[in-house]
Design a binder for this molecule. Structure first.
Ligand SMILES: C[S@@+](CC[C@H](N)C(=O)[O-])C[C@H]1O[C@@H](n2cnc3c(N)ncnc32)[C@H](O)[C@@H]1O
Length: 447
């Protein structure tokens, strides 16, 4: 690809990613993969060069968008071309002139675009970008992020703008850490053991997992370390009866199934059939055969009917609820563009509904494990306070530190960032995991 053709690819990809974000369509990584699958002529250097600019812009989207709005006399719409213009200003690059003779070249910059670039570049040189925007924290998340991190806000927000490591979980149904590490490091010392979860192996660079034998035969799973820790904190035991009410493609289910050595039963529910289909495929590869799955609709009456057989019978209920995903911005930087802050209120209501629903299924002495990959107090601590107030002391908090000390595979204990000392809150800046919140609630044995 010529340099101009690469820039045309950047423009097209940004337009597709913006459209995907607005229509709740495919996420950025899927769009990029599909784009290059259809353009086999693009070599690995081309892909790398294009991706570098695309992800630079997405990871710094708030600043780019701000720039497009900051010039009051010349506001421009957010598009692939306008974002690229903003990128040239931010990176202090001059405006490239395209070779008009080439089919894959972007259309020449219009007079308006050129004037906007010149004018805004001068303006940009003289002003300070507000901190939240410079750190790429969207307006809807800013208050919650400041509340979470206080004086550490800038450090933590910066950490959310970095690239996450590749994290693998050793599937104890098929392998153990001692064999797996040398096997993965056969050709090169790429992987290291974590000192938090004893099942986590990580690498700073991505590898092609489709060509990796331990992955193909289910000895390892891709899973962030925070999610691995949350699964271990479920404290599942062989023989347990468990409901995973928002099982999705089964990240937690598979980890918990391995922890209970395939003995017992996990009943997996989700509103999305396609996500549960992903779980079936993964369970087969991982050698997990203690699960049953059912699509559950959103309407209350059908839900009540479907969940009735489990009422107060479950040893554990896992609530990995839908959330804003603010803790996963390292892995999915486009989530900031995709999540519309206006949805937050609906999500908060849904989380509370799932808490009430899940609680009904827990047997006396059993546990409800509430978790999110969000860092916002409104989705975490506030939900727990609201739930426990309504639960009339039927549920009490179990300290994650007590579970940690009793649990095999959990090593150096992390300090929580939560102001509920019994709940665990992890972040990329402090723990180098995804941002994650886990709270364990136990049903009283008294009637
Ligand atoms: C955070 S994801 C779960 C991830 C999954 N547990 C894992 O570890 O891979 C939340 C899931 O909740 C599902 N969901 C949304 N609303 C739901 C509802 N009312 N009942 C059950 N599942 C729901 C979504 O489809 C999504 O798969």
């Amino acid at each position: 690809m010529t340099p101009d053709a690469r820039l045309q690819a950047v423009i097209e990809l940004l337009d597709q990613i913006l459209a995907g974000a607005q229509s709740n369509g495919a996420p950025a990584d899927k769009i990029v993969a599909s784009y290059f699958r259809q353009r086999r002529y693009a070599g690995s250097k081309d892909r790398r060069a294009v991706n570098e600019i695309v992800y630079k812009i997405i990871r710094d989207f708030e600043r780019h968008r701000y720039l497009l709005e900051v010039n009051p006399s010349m506001q421009v719409n957010v598009s692939g071309r306008s974002l690229l213009l903003a990128h040239f200003i931010i990176s202090e690059a001059s405006l490239p002139q395209f070779d008009v003779g080439d089919t894959f070249t972007p259309a020449p910059w219009s007079a308006e675009e050129t004037i906007w670039y010149e004018n805004t570049r001068e303006l940009y040189a003289d002003f300070a970008v507000p901190e939240d925007i410079a750190l790429n924290v969207p307006e809807w998340a800013a208050e919650g992020m400041h509340a979470r991190f206080s004086v550490a806000f800038a450090n933590e927000a910066s950490a959310l703008n970095t690239k996450a490591p590749l994290c693998l979980r050793v599937n104890t149904l098929k392998a153990d850490m001692e064999d797996m590490l040398p096997c993965l490091n056969k050709n090169e010392e790429v992987f290291v053991k974590s000192n938090i979860s004893g099942l986590c192996i990580s690498a700073d660079t991505a590898i092609n997992l489709e060509g990796c034998k331990p992955y193909k035969i289910g000895q390892i799973e891709v899973q962030d370390e925070a999610a691995q820790i949350a699964s271990l904190l479920v404290y599942a035991e062989a023989g347990h009866q468990i409901v995973d009410l928002c099982a999705g493609a089964g990240g937690k289910t598979l980890a918990v199934a391995a922890d209970m050595n395939n003995q017992g039963q996990i009943y997996c529910f989700d509103t999305h059939k396609s996500r549960l289909a992903g779980l079936s495929k993964r369970a087969k590869r991982a050698g997990v055969h203690c699960i049953q799955q059912k699509v559950i609709p959103e309407d209350q009456q059908t839900r009540q009917h479907m969940l009735a057989p489990y009422t107060q019978k479950m040893d554990r209920v896992i609530l990995d609820v839908p959330c804003s995903g603010t803790g996963t911005w390292r892995r999915s930087p486009d989530l900031r563009m995709r999540f519309d802050g206006k949805r937050l209120d609906d999500i908060l209501e849904l989380q509370q509904q799932l808490l009430r629903e899940g609680a009904e299924l827990v047997k006396p002495g059993g546990r409800l494990i509430y978790m999110t990959c969000s860092l916002l107090p409104s989705e975490n601590e506030k939900q727990i306070h609201r739930f426990t107030e309504q639960a009339n002391s039927k549920f009490s908090l179990i300290d994650y530190r007590d579970v940690w000390n009793a649990k095999q595979h959990l090593k150096v204990m992390p300090q929580t960032l939560s102001n509920i000392p019994e709940a665990l809150c992890l972040s990329p800046g402090t723990h180098n995991t995804d941002g994650f919140f886990v709270c364990i609630l136990e049903r009283s044995t008294e009637k």
